[in-house]
Design a protein around this ligand. Sequence first.
Ligand SMILES: [Zn+2]
Length: 389
Amino acid sequence: MICRGCASSDTVRVLDLGRTPAADYFPPHRSIVDPAESAHPLAMELCRRCGLAQLAGDDTTPEEPRGVEPQALRDQAAAAVEAVAESGFLNGDSVIEFGSPHGGSWLPLLGERGFRPPLPGHPASVVLDCFGAMHEPDQQAVFRERACATHVDGVLLIQFHSLAAIVTHGQWNALRHGHCAYYSLTALQQMLTDVGMSLSYAWEFDLYGGTVLVAARHGVRSDTSHTVRRILAAEHALGVCEPRTIRHLQQAADGHVSSLRTWLATMAGRGKRVYAYGAASRAVALFSRAGVDHRVLCAVADASRAKQGRRMPGTDVPIISPAQLLADDPDVVLLTVADLLPEVQSQFPGLTGKWVVDIADGDGPNADPALTHGRQQPGWNKLRTYPAV
Ligand SMILES: [Zn+2]
């Protein structure tokens, strides 16, 4: 393929999930499970020239987002804006945001600090991109556009789920249709250089197992922060731009799918009624690859009303409301998004002791402490260890 970041044709396949359902199309509950529904190729390519990991192709049509913004994301946004302000990067008075189709905006937080949209056609002193850029098929255009929107003395803030974290934690199901780019700081630095910008500062957050927020400014600069240099060095040590490093995700995918299948079969064999919480896009490829059906997984609960009454793509597993989940009194609840745990634990005290968190094992290559974050929390089991129930 032609690289989305630098137009080189020197790309190599690093993860191939075969044919999967589109991650954002949830068919009505009682509809027939049509094989065509699960026939969309899903693969990741790595560019050997610029190092950008990217979606190979995408024959799906984006659907109207149906998700609910988790509290974890809102909390992180507040923490991020606070950190940026403390480091002295919130100067000027105008702001432009390139949003994510999944929703969530930092504009209210900037508004509280006196930032307003600039006059139409004018650049802003602060330009925000929180999980937005990754959705654009043309990555060269993305960075040109954001550079243009940033005032000559302004700052461009880009937040992304780090490829180093994806690889280190074996988060193979970060790969999904509609997500065109998977950034390392190394590849991001190259794309910013291509549009005349450079990295000034970076902040790290535990969100999704490793989220990075960077501040970029126009020109070639010598004031690159220690954090930027440290992350780049850790990525280099990990080999984040090398195909053999990213290929560990293939083993992670195959291992994850087979552990889920085994665990669900074991639970069903013991007569346990297993439910899941979170009809998240990342659960779509997992459930469909594992061949999950309603005999081993009764239902998936989700807070989004738009998903309730539908089913998980490629499976006959219905999506129900959290109230229905409580009424059904499940034996075990598999949480598909680990970041939701504190939220669901406090929201549903009746489910205490029933949570099993589906989390990648951190069994990637060279699990560098600089790139991994403490993930294990007391009070729950992770799926990969086959918890006894
Ligand atoms: Zn490239």
